[in-house]
Design a protein around this ligand. Structure first.
Ligand SMILES: [Zn+2]
Length: 130
């Protein structure tokens, strides 16, 4: 029995950051469904659960890894945008921007007019008002 389980799980994708996010989303929809009984929330829960199970037991590891990389890139862009926004609010002498290519947070001095910013890690150039 144990050997059959090992054979079944061998080569399967398993858990990653996107699956953790999907799991958290499932729990959120399930909890919301308890407080607000709604068919749409339950359908969303089942849809995300099916996606979670599909991704976990998938043998196409390359495709799942690419999906996870896209998710991590989008998540880091969102979190870095918020971090840069709050740092800009706190710091009165510097402005914080996020690189559009690699999501690196870049600090530039304020009140210098339109400037071209070069990202120190990926060398991407973009124009911003400082
Ligand atoms: Zn960059």
């Amino acid at each position: 029995m144990k050997e059959k389980l090992y054979r079944f799980l061998a080569g399967r994708y398993g858990m990653d950051d996107l699956n953790k996010f999907l799991l958290a989303l499932e729990i959120l929809f399930l909890l919301l469904n308890f407080f607000i009984p709604n068919g749409i929330l339950l359908i969303l829960f089942y849809f995300i659960f099916a996606l979670y199970v599909f991704r976990s037991f998938s043998r196409n590891i390359v495709a799942r890894s690419i999906e996870n990389q896209k998710y991590v890139r989008i998540r880091s862009k969102i979190t870095h945008t918020f971090k840069a926004f709050f740092k800009s609010l706190k710091d009165r002498s510097y402005h914080y921007y996020v690189c559009p290519k690699c999501s690196q947070i870049i600090r530039v001095p304020r009140n210098k007019g339109m400037i071209t910013i070069t990202c120190p890690s990926c060398r991407t150039q973009f124009d911003k008002k400082s």
